[in-house]
Design a protein around this ligand. Sequence first.
Ligand SMILES: O=C(O)[C@H]1O[C@H](OP(=O)(O)OP(=O)(O)OC[C@H]2O[C@@H](n3ccc(=O)[nH]c3=O)[C@H](O)[C@@H]2O)[C@H](O)[C@@H](O)[C@H]1O
Length: 473
Amino acid sequence: MKQMSHIDNIPTSPGKFKMEKSLYMHRFRWQSCLTKLTFWSFVFLGLILVFFFRTSSSSSSSDVLRRSLKTSSWGGPVWEKRVRLSARVRSKNGISVLVTGAAGFVGSHVSSALRRRGDGVLGLDNFNDYYDPSLKRDRQALLEHSGVYIVEGDINDMVLLNKLFEVVAFTHVMHLAAQAGVRYAMENPTSYVHSNIAGLVSLLEVCKEANPQPAIVWASSSSVYGLNSKVPFSEKDRTDQPASLYAATKKAGEEIAHSYNHIYGLSLTGLRFFTVYGPWGRPDMAYFFFTKDILKGKSIQIFEAANHGTVARDFTYIDDIVKGCLAALDTSEKSTGSGGKKKGPAQLRVFNLGNTSPVPVSNLVNILERLLKVKAKKSIKKLPRNGDVQFTHANISAAQRELGYQPSTDLQAGLKKFVRCSIVRIYFVVTHGLSNNPYVIYFQVEVDRQKLPSRLLACAIEATELSLCLLIS
Ligand SMILES: O=C(O)[C@H]1O[C@H](OP(=O)(O)OP(=O)(O)OC[C@H]2O[C@@H](n3ccc(=O)[nH]c3=O)[C@H](O)[C@@H]2O)[C@H](O)[C@@H](O)[C@H]1O
């Protein structure tokens, strides 16, 4: 078995590999039926091998785990035991948290951090296909490995939610399930209403009836500041000019939170996240698809405001956001109601969680170019009227004061971690040069990106995938 000398022929994904004719193949001739029989036997054997390799190799990888975790139904004693086990508190003074959107970017990081410090964590996620659900399955597999179970279900499913509260007396809910993305709201407006408004109401309805009522921390967004031009954005600034339906639904969420706090005594904390980025991030976000496109040599568009105005974001690194989320949970006061009845005033808070230093999108691209060691093909485009605002900038003094929140990762350091730290899935494509159409088998291993030599890193065509080719002869 020898390794192909070059990595230039790396396929972009398994199965797309096109093999060059070798001398060995030229010598091969169809001579008799016997030869044909032998050939088809090999093909058959190949297929068995494909099956074997895919099954056996993936049994040690996350694939099988992912498949076995797929739950289309719930309920029953085994399921309840699994739910209870995942939500069981393992440390003194620990809390028991239902994390919605646990297979999402922020949700998976928060779940993992809670679990690490000994809190009980149960995830809930509907694994929708807004972006490639296999990324969510990968995050699920990692969480499962650390003992966090994610129930597959929608926050609008109140029967399921009631069941979860019947099985576990959650002290807290970290509500991160949402339809994210500013620009996608023009393509699929109803998904925002479904998740960010109807879903929030379903969850709050169940929480208000629970006994005891949990304290709730949930994800609002920097986008609620909309057309506000006073910088840096403070929680006291106006938020009645949303520039996108996404922002409008998050703003509606804040008002809904107010009413449930007022009527039912639910303790509610909204966190306005500012463009969160980092490893295991969302492929729909600019830093993520810019990285992929730069590596692929595809052109990227950088938005520019009128009169060559700079478009900038207060990009915030995921670890800082996680610290803010945990601090919000830890400083939450108990809800005051029970069984749908308010017994006294309850806590209602909203905090900015940003980085306090906006960076122009063009600088983001410059940093990526340096880290990837690839020059980007850029085009400048007028900021489309699709919900994007020109800039965001957080004033975090309230979060500093009340949560002890202090972001510590700048964009350069955070992007370095994004580029270097994600897991790379390496496909080994094994071929056998027996005919003009050789069969191909492949298997995969997952490697920490940090352990990759930089030459291989530069060849990672997808941000999380790489293929290597082996030729058996
Ligand atoms: O803080 C939030 O509340 C939101 O943050 C995030 O939204 P945004 O800040 O818009 O992030 P993102 O799409 O990465 O665009 C980044 C920059 O690249 C610019 N941009 C974008 C695309 C493009 O092709 N070119 C470009 O210049 C674009 O104009 C922008 O200036 C979350 O997605 C959203 O769910 C929500 O949580």
